[in-house]
Design a protein around this ligand. Structure first.
Ligand code: PLP
Length: 465
C-alpha cells in the first residue's frame, strides 16, 4: 500500500498515522466496502515499521467498525463506513482574530490591576489549605448561589466598606461582573424593552443588553455621572443601568441628589436600578462613597467584582438581588453554568476572613495613587494646558481630553505603531461624535518608567500628526 505515508519527523505516533490515514480513506470512499487490506506482516514490511504497529492500527479500526476480519480470509473494509462529503466535512481553518499580544507595547488599557503585585504567596497558601484540608464534598457539584462561607464574609465586608445592606442569601457568586450583567439581562429584559443607560458606557455592556433584545436609551453624563434630569418619565424601562461610584469611562461620582432622583424614578415606575460598582475601592479624593444600593435595597441590584481589587483571571464577581428576584436569579445561574468554581470561592472567603483583602487594597491604593499622580504629572509636563483630565478621583484609569486632537483610527494606529496602546472614549459612546478628542488611560498595570515612556511617545506622534 504505497499510498500510506509514514513521516518519522512528526511527533504523532506511527500507530496513529496509519490509523488516521486508513480511516480517512475509508470515510471518503477511496477504500470501498469489501476491499481487502494487505496482511499486517506485508504492510509492516512495506512501511518499514514493526508488525505490532500495524496490528494496533487495524485493531482500532476493527473496534470502531471501519474494518471487519474474516477468520483466515483477511481484513476488509466494512460496509456503511463511507460518509458523503458535504461542506461541513471539509476541514476549515479558524482565523485567529484575537489581538496579537505584544509584550513590548505600553498598554494603557483600563481596569487592569498591577498583575505583578498579585498576592501570590498568600493566595497560594490559602488555595493549598483549601485543596488539602477541606472535606471531600467540596469536589462535587455545589449550589448555584455559591458557597455560604464566601457569601457570609462578603456581606459583612460590603456593609463595612460600602454601606451595602444584604443578607448572604441575596448574594449570587458569579463568574465576574460580566456574568452578573448577563444574568440581569436574562432576568429583566423582554424583547424591545428599553434600558436606560449612561452614555458613554463600556461597549461590552451595551452589547450584552442588546443581545437580549433591549433597546438602549442613552442618557448623557457630565462630571457628576448620569444627568438624571434627562431621564424621560413617559416610559417604563426594564431597568436603569448606572456606575454611580465611578462612571465608566468619564469618571464622575453621582451626587446624593441624583441618586435620590433615580430611586424615586425606579419606585414610581416599579423598575430596578442596576448599580455596577466595579472599582470604587480605590478612591483617592475624599471619603469613600456609600453605595446607591444602601438607599433602597428593594429597588437596586448591586454588582461587584474582584477583577480590579485582585485579578481579572480569578473570574469572581457577585450580584446582590432584591428578595423578589432571588429565586429566579439562582435558577438562571444554575442553567448558565451550575455554579462558580468552589475551590476559588473558598480560597477567597479565607482571603477576606483573615484580613488579607483589606490589607491588599490598602497597599494597592497607595501604589495606584502614586501611579495616577505620576501619570497626571507627565500629561501636564508634556501637554501643558492643552490637556484636561477627568475622572481621576477613583479607580484604575483617567480620561484625558486634548485640545484640537481627533483620535481617528489612523491616529490611533500611528500611536500603536509607536509602541503605545490608548483607548478612545468614542469606542464606548452610543451617540457618536461628542468625545472624539478624549482617550482613556489605564494606569493600574504600568510602572512609572512605562507611564513616562508611554506619554512621551504619545506626544511624539501627536506633534507629528
Ligand atoms: C464598568 C465595568 N463593569 C464590569 C466590568 C467587567 O468586569 P469583570 O472582569 O468582573 O467581568 C468591567 C470590566 O472592565 C467594567 O469596566
Amino acid at each position: 500500500m504505497a499510498w500510506l505515508i509514514i513521516d518519522r519527523s512528526l511527533k504523532k505516533p506511527l500507530i496513529r498515522q496509519i490509523y488516521q490515514q486508513l480511516r480517512t480513506k475509508i470515510l471518503n470512499g477511496e477504500l470501498t466496502a469489501g476491499y481487502r487490506l494487505p496482511s499486517t506482516r506485508q504492510l509492516a514490511e512495506e512501511l518499514e515499521v514493526s508488525r505490532n504497529v500495524v496490528l494496533e492500527a487495524y485493531d482500532q479500526l476493527l473496534a470502531e467498525g471501519f474494518l471487519e476480519g474474516h477468520q483466515g480470509a483477511g481484513t476488509f473494509v466494512a460496509a456503511g463506513a463511507y460518509l458523503k462529503r458535504t461542506e461541513m466535512n471539509t476541514p476549515f481553518i479558524v482565523e485567529n482574530n484575537s489581538p496579537k499580544k505584544n509584550d513590548n507595547i505600553i498598554d494603557f488599557r483600563s481596569g487592569i490591576p498591577a498583575l505583578d503585585l498579585f498576592p501570590r504567596k498568600q493566595w497560594g497558601n490559602l488555595a493549598k489549605r483549601v485543596s488539602i484540608e477541606t472535606d471531600h464534598s467540596l469536589f462535587g457539584y455545589d449550589s448555584p448561589e455559591g458557597r455560604i462561607e464566601l457569601r457570609t464574609v462578603l456581606s459583612d465586608y460590603l456593609l463595612r466598606t460600602r454601606g451595602v445592606e444584604c443578607h448572604p442569601d441575596q448574594l449570587v457568586i458569579t463568574t465576574g461582573a460580566t456574568q452578573a450583567l448577563t444574568l440581569i439581562a436574562k432576568l429583566l429584559i423582554s424583547a424591545n424593552d428599553k434600558v436606560i443607560i449612561e452614555d458613554p458606557i463600556t461597549h461590552e455592556i451595551q452589547t450584552i443588553f442588546q443581545s437580549y433584545g433591549a433597546s438602549l436609551l442613552p442618557i448623557s453624563v457630565d462630571e457628576n455621572g448620569m444627568d438624571t434630569n434627562q431621564i424621560p418619565h413617559e416610559i417604563k424601562p426594564a431597568f436603569i443601568f448606572v456606575t454611580p461610584s465611578h462612571q465608566f469611562p468619564i469618571g464622575g461620582t453621582l451626587p446624593i441628589q441624583r441618586r435620590i432622583q433615580l430611586i424615586e424614578y425606579a419606585r414610581e415606575g416599579e423598575s430596578f436600578i442596576v448599580e455596577d460598582d466595579y472599582d470604587s475601592e480605590f478612591r483617592y479624593e475624599g471619603p469613600s462613597i456609600s453605595s446607591l444600593q444602601g438607599l433602597d435595597p428593594n429597588r437596586t441590584i448591586y454588582i461587584g467584582t474582584f477583577s480590579k481589587i485582585l485579578s481579572p483571571a480569578l473570574r469572581l464577581g457577585y450580584i446582590i438581588l432584591p428578595p423578589a428576584l432571588i429565586e429566579r436569579g439562582r435558577t438562571l445561574k444554575y442553567f448558565s453554568d451550575l455554579h462558580t468554581p468552589s475551590l476559588e470561592q473558598l480560597t477567597l472567603a479565607l482571603f477576606i476572613k483573615e484580613g488579607h483583602l483589606e490589607k491588599h487594597i490598602f497597599r494597592m491604593k497607595k501604589i495606584y495613587r502614586k501611579r495616577r499622580d505620576f501619570l497626571k504629572e507627565q500629561l501636564y509636563y508634556q501637554f501643558g494646558d492643552t490637556v484636561k483630565i477627568h475622572g481621576d478621583s477613583t479607580g484604575l484609569h483617567l480620561v484625558a481630553e486634548f485640545d484640537g486632537i481627533h483620535f481617528t483610527e489612523s491616529l490611533l494606529s500611528r500611536i500603536n505603531n509607536n509602541g503605545v496602546k490608548v483607548y478612545p472614549v468614542e469606542l464606548h459612546t452610543i451617540n457618536k461624535g461628542l468625545y472624539s478628542n478624549y482617550i482613556i488611560l489605564g494606569f493600574g498595570n504600568l510602572d512609572e518608567d512605562k507611564i513616562a515612556e508611554g506619554v512621551t511617545k504619545i506626544k511624539r506622534v501627536l506633534l507629528n500628526k
